[in-house]
Ligand binder design. Sequence first.
Ligand code: PGA
Length: 248
Amino acid sequence: MRRKIIAGNWKMNKTTSETVTLINQLKPLVATEEADVVFCVPTISLTTAVEAAKGSNIQIGAENMHFEENGAYTGEIAPGMLDDIGVRYVIIGHSERREYFAESDVTVNKKVLKAFEHGITPIVCCGESLTQREQGVTIDFIRQQIKIAFLNVTPDQAKAAVIAYEPIWAIGTGKVATSAQAQEVCKAIRECIAEIYDTDTAAAIRIQYGGSVTADSAAELFAQPDIDGGLVGGASLKPDFGKIVNYK
Ligand code: PGA
């Protein structure tokens, strides 16, 4: 049985002092033995967040990182810097990074490989636009994203990875995918992993759904056979996140 993983993506929200307040507020609400709980917070608050989450079941993740060890990349954050402060997850290739910061499937792949080198679990994002869905190319597009993201990733690494399927039209729009739509794509992603690796790897990898998940939609989405939790934006900044984590 795959363990559920429910992650909050705070995006560019909350100052460092607000981060401490929100973590303290959410700590009792997200306490559970049944799922992994990750808060992905802005880089500037990572050290404070790791400290604030100590002694709880909350693990802290980053929202991005560079694929080089170090060097002349003004403003960027190296994987070793995350590792050093106890960050165990990193979101890679979120559609907002692809759209606003020109991240490509190739840079996503470099970052995924680098995260594994540092023992950081990547949450690898994929997802189609509304036009792609309407043109009927959703599965083709996502298979391409996955195949490039996992280039040269070993089976053992892939088993430990997390994929977040986030249809772009559902992110921050309040238009959540139906559980059938989300399941269809998550199943196709698992089949793609089976094709690249084998059925054991496909059975082990965890696939989240993301895009306007709320306390009302979480239970039905997370009950789908190929959906192993969620990547939650807006609703992760509210006490509602506790209800999403305890969705059953
Ligand atoms: P949302 O964001 O839940 O606010 O739609 C999800 C995400 O972008 O990860």
